[in-house]
Design a binder for this molecule. Structure first.
Ligand code: ASP
Ligand code: MG
Length: 414
């Protein structure tokens, strides 16, 4: 049995007219004789509406009841869409998370899929040609409904594709694919035809919000090729897949930015073993994600330690560090929220040098001051003044010729 998994996001299922467009997409593999597993999100805005409702009722809603509530959005879209299909004489049915079943751990609100037992699904596929599966939801061993975190339907779809060994996992959305950078700030941004999992993880984790990060991790782990494309056109979108030589030949594949960073500096901390642990362990215990870290060489026995945290966590971070002032031993605590992180990403960087220096020069020519730098095998990130974010993105996009497919290996002098 040939199975195709297709996922449609909130804007695609938002109304009868958009659901009729979705139906056209489902009919294509159906008519070709495939079994189709359609994973749906809630209608656009519905999850937010339900979250707000709960917060209107009580200040701290019970986590398990919250999941029972927000998962209803997907139940509605699945039932409505199944009706449309059945009305056309198609053998279809809706399938909720617990009916599949999609088993998760019990972290309500951010549950992880632990297993999809495909026995029942294959039985349903004997009698049905289209299964309409509720995204975003699963159930834990205590048979309570769980949800997978915002954007979780992407992960549901990839997990379904992996479990059912589907031919393809198509993620339909309201944009044509993954772009070299955010088209809203750089009109030259172009659609990427193929992007490696690792590149997509970097793009997604830094604000290119096309796919939930966890879905990409899942796709990478189970080697599922994901095709991100638009519900509202027939154009090819972007394939998120394993990297190959062609991808590595391109120096830089995309530019991401993240305005959600804040910078903290501890001035004159003792330069001795254990100080970093004293600073970062209490933050880790509070699940504060520290991103870039720079420790300067010491002047005498003292050094400065600078790092970034999400803007939403800055108050809590400062409080923790103030409380630990004497334990850590620092002279001053500085912070700034007017910063952003711009990153150049590409698996091509693994084999090519000179990318960072080229970026430094391009930013310098625009008079953009770099506050911090961090690098990984396939990424160089710059922390800059927030007000230069757009300029930096456009400058780097142009420098690495992303408007015309990027710089190929041969033309790189290193
Ligand atoms: N409806 C959920 C959300 O809005 C899940 C999803 O759409 O992927 O986050
Ligand atoms: Mg989404």
């Amino acid at each position: 049995m040939n199975i195709v998994v297709q996922k449609f996001g909130g804007t695609s299922v938002a109304s009868l007219s958009t659901q009729l467009e979705v139906m056209k997409k489902v009919m294509r593999p159906y008519r070709e004789g495939n079994k189709v597993v359609v994973v749906l999100s809630a209608m656009a805005g519905e999850t937010n509406r339900l979250l707000a409702l709960a917060n209107e009722w009580v200040t701290t809603p019970d986590a398990a009841e919250m999941d029972s509530l927000v998962s209803t959005g997907e139940q509605v879209s699945c039932a409505l869409f199944s009706m449309l299909l059945k009305n056309q004489g198609i053998r279809a049915r809706s399938v909720l998370g617990f009916q599949a079943p999609i088993r998760t751990d019990c972290s309500f609100g951010k549950a992880r899929i632990v297993d999809i037992d495909t026995t029942a699904l294959f039985e349903m596929l004997e009698d049905h040609d289209v299964l309409v599966v509720a995204g975003f939801q699963g159930c834990e061993d205590g048979r309570r409904i769980t949800t997978l975190g915002r954007g979780g339907s992407d992960t549901s779809a990839v997990a379904m594709a992996a479990a059912l060994k589907a031919e393809v996992c198509e993620i339909y959305t309201d944009v044509p694919g993954v772009f070299t950078t955010d088209p809203n700030i750089c009109s030259d941004a172009t659609k990427i035809d193929r992007i490696a999992y690792d590149e997509m993880l970097e793009m997604a984790s830094m604000g290119a919000k096309v796919l939930q990060i966890r879905s990409v991790e899942f796709a990478k782990k189970y080697n599922v090729t994901v095709h991100v494309r638009s519900t509202f056109s027939d154009e090819q979108g972007t394939l998120v897949c394993q990297e190959d030589d062609d991808m590595e030949a391109v120096l830089v594949s995309g530019i991401a930015y993240d305005k959600d960073q804040a910078r903290i500096t501890l001035v004159h901390v003792e330069d001795r073993p254990g100080v970093s642990a004293a600073i970062f362990s209490p933050l880790a215990e509070r699940k504060i994600l520290v991103d870039m870290i720079v420790q300067n060489p010491s002047k005498g026995s003292k050094t400065d330690m600078t790092f970034t945290v999400p803007k939403a966590d800055i108050k809590q971070t400062l409080k923790v560090l103030e409380d630990l002032r004497y334990e850590i031993g620092y002279e001053d605590l500085l912070s700034s929220s007017d910063v952003s992180k711009v990153s150049i990403i590409g698996v091509g960087m693994r084999n090519h040098s000179g990318v960072a220096s080229r970026a430094f020069r391009a930013l310098a020519d625009e008079n953009i001051n770099i506050l911090m730098i961090s690098t990984s095998e396939i990424k160089v990130s710059f922390l800059i003044d927030e007000k230069y974010t757009e300029l930096a993105v456009r400058t780097l996009h142009k420098e690495f010729a992303l408007h015309e497919g990027g710089i190929q290996q041969e033309s790189c002098t290193g």
